[in-house]
Design a protein around this ligand. Sequence first.
Ligand code: GLU
Length: 524
Amino acid sequence: MRTGLSEDLIARVLGAAPKYTLAELEEKFPPRNLPDGAMVTRFAPSPTGYMHLGGLYSGLIDYKLARQSGGKFLLRIEDTDTKREVKEAVDLIINSLQRFGIKNDNDDLYGPYYQSKRKDIYHSVAAELLRNGHAYPCFLTQEEMDNIRENQKAAGFATGIYGEFARDRDISAEEIIKRLDNGEVPTIRLYSTGDPTKRIIFKDTVRGSISVPENNEDIVLIKSTDRLPTYHFAHLCDDHFMRVTHVVRGEEYFGTVALHIQMFRMMGWQLPNYIHTATLDKIDEETGTQRKLSKRKDPENNVDFFLAGGWPTDAVIEYLGNILAPGYEEAKLKGAVKTFWEYELKPKKIPMSGGLFDMKKLEWWAKEYIGSMAVPDLVKSVTDWANEYGDEKQKMQVADTDYLIAVLAIERDNPKRVRKDFITWKQTLEIVEFFWDELFVANTEYEYNRDVLKAFLETFNIADDKDTWWDKIVAVAEKFGVKNGDVAMNLRVALSGRTNTPDLYSIMQVIGADRVIKRIENML
Ligand code: GLU
């Protein structure tokens, strides 16, 4: 510890006198009144105008833990590094989360939730550290730091501002005043007393008990450029005063956790529980090896891919949930729970190494999900998607709701044997295109048995019930000495253009007598 700065100097190095004392901050952001075991989590994206799947994965952990424990899920915008306009990027994050069913519990009491608006809080905490000698103003220029770095490298030392290399760590009040008078603006650095030959032991909820070397770097707390905090310092202040209990973040932060623990201890604040999660990986199509999802190579890395592509967002969540809680699928198949929201996510069981995201597996979840939907919900989802993302064709398909209901209701009356060929809203509309004359493409390749088609048409009556209809098909088959299935196949291809469709009788009922007659006649 060094000698603390006077209030006067604190105000000068920070640019203004701090607004609050620590006691005032403690009172302003009181411990939350929540039931025992309630977790307060936060998703803390830096807005980039892009919401990636890993972000959704991480946000899902936060949200699920908060929700299942009767806690709070906060959305904090880490915008201290962003030079550009963040409003649009933030809207995109909020909107994407909401579409996947994730809503935040931000309340005014613990806000604001934009870091750029929390300067008073950071400065008040920094002032306290300056006051008690745990921090100091540092006037090193970029050029001076570059030099230090070069020298450290040449001599084989670890790089960074620490110990003897931290020129200003014992700077005197006179020197500070001189430099301030000279117009220099300092960064505020931590006065680290850590010793990297010693280790800190802490418990990571996912990784268990871990020991990491102590931190000896005098890291920057407040930047000189805009007087905003670094990630490290903001994490300390925000997670403390937002009363966050569980910090879920990527494994890339594991390397600086010693520093974070050091700061919490220095403040005498309770350490949050850390959950350092692994990245979301995939199997590379070309090499067959597991790797991180890549912004450049993988369209599925952007959550917009799932929205624009008409993937059921609930199915994406179900699948991500199963990656997080691998027992979920089994519990669901057994009927013990219906959705991931009902299943308990055990923080300890979150995968420690890369969770694997596989589009083929997602297809399974999507098929299951759509298969279990009631027709009106399916129709609504498909319609909403088409109206927002669809092309003219798809918009036309959803324009007549009654017809769409009839089309999508086929083979959904028996819950035990629901068709499982729908994967996305988009592909659903593609599969059923032949129901619309504008989109129907006659199959002219197929070798039709014209006699069979003609004979069927002569007996066809749309009012026939299914048995009568089938008897007529059997009769035609007998007459021409072909299989019943051959007759059905001729009709199927003539009416749909395809050799594979759901129930043929239902198709005829839905498209109606006129289309049946017209399409068969055209083939003749
Ligand atoms: N803004 C940081 C990020 O986007 C947040 C990390 C954290 O959750 O603490 O990676």
